[in-house]
Design a protein around this ligand. Structure first.
Ligand SMILES: [Fe+2]
Ligand SMILES: [Fe+2]
Length: 327
């Protein structure tokens, strides 16, 4: 079903009642809102925050793995890791473009990150200590990202949903390469297997926290679901993820660090233990092991890129002057 994108442009004199009815109808039909459509301010604000935070996470998320590019154990592993980190940069770019269609320019969104006013995923504030962490990050972190993001392909906001389609395809490759790193280590020497297990032990809890706080502590989720931005609750997605990774960890010959993890016949799902939410909220507030380091690195990279932005602006000005001279 398509919607008429020209019927309700964002104008000050828009008939609010009709515009709201039009918006509600699109949501009720599970159709899509496009940038030129009227939308409630709260919908625009929620999406701007979500899509920009997602973009920031992709960009900051390059850091833990970029640190290992020079230390990859073979040329092949290095090439794969470079490709993966480049994919994450691409995800950031699509998502900043999607966020901009909601009306806030990219440099403003970027400044919010640099000023520490915008958040990014808490998982990227953990260090990548060993090569096995490249495996655990790919398998668990990109895996959790896929579980979160596949339903976002059907997000009611068109540009975000469409960006997610390609992103999810690339995330699948990321998860697969992470699993394969762990599989190789797990079938290697006892020390390599131990390294793989240690990485899984450290990333399991933080990866499960990527789905956000428990539903009872996530007051905005309800509204996001009513707007067809979010399709499943945090706890539903977390459960799906756990159900998915248990057989995978068995195939790896490793274990998950949760003594409460067991199959519940009645529910048809795995039960799992309570996560450390105090730690999660601490990391969100900036007290994780790498928050300061990640932000310092991002600011440094931004400053180092100043000449590129200046050159691009000078080139655009020159082009404009040339076009004006022709006209
Ligand atoms: Fe990504
Ligand atoms: Fe990824």
């Amino acid at each position: 079903m398509t919607n008429n994108v020209t019927e309700f442009p964002q104008r000050d004199d828009v008939d609010l009642e009709r515009a709201q009815a039009y918006f509600d109808d699109i949501i009720a039909r599970d159709s899509r809102i496009e940038p030129a459509d009227w939308m409630p301010d709260a919908y625009r604000k929620t999406l701007t925050r979500q899509v920009s935070q997602h973009a920031h996470s992709e960009i900051i998320g390059m850091q833990p793995e970029a640190n290992w590019i020079t230390r990859a154990p073979s040329l092949k592993r290095k090439a794969i890791l470079i490709a993966k980190v480049q994919d994450e940069a691409g995800h950031g770019l699509y998502l900043y473009s999607a966020a901009e269609t909601l009306g806030t320019p990219r440099d403003v969104l970027n400044q919010q990150l640099l000023d520490g006013k915008a958040k990014y995923s808490s998982i990227f504030n953990y260090p990548a200590r060993t090569w096995a962490d490249m495996g655990a990050i790919g398998w668990l972190v990109d895996g959790a990202a896929i579980a979160n993001q596949v339903p976002l392909c059907r997000c009611s906001y068109g540009p975000y949903g469409r960006a997610m389609v390609r992103i999810c395809k690339e995330e699948s490759f990321h998860q697969r390469q992470g699993w394969e790193i762990l599989y190789t280590l797990s079938n290697g020497t006892p020390a390599q297997k131990e390294m793989a297990q240690d990485a899984v032990n450290r990333f399991y809890g933080p990866a499960l926290q990527m789905f956000g706080p428990p539903d009872a502590d996530s007051p905005n989720s309800q509204q996001s679901m009513a707007w067809n931005i979010k399709r499943f609750s945090n706890d539903e997605l977390r459960q799906r993820f756990v159900d998915m990774i248990v057989p995978q960890v068995e195939a790896l010959g490793l274990t998950l660090p949760d003594p409460d993890l067991k199959w519940n016949e009645e529910r048809g799902h795995y039960d799992f233990g309570e996560l450390d939410w105090e730690e999660f909220f601490g990391v969100i507030k900036g007290h994780g092991p790498c928050n300061a380091q990640r932000m310092a690195r991002r600011r440094e990279a931004h400053d180092n890129g100043a000449w590129v932005r200046e050159a691009a602006a000078a080139y655009a000005e020159k082009q404009q002057a040339a076009d004006a001279a022709v006209a």
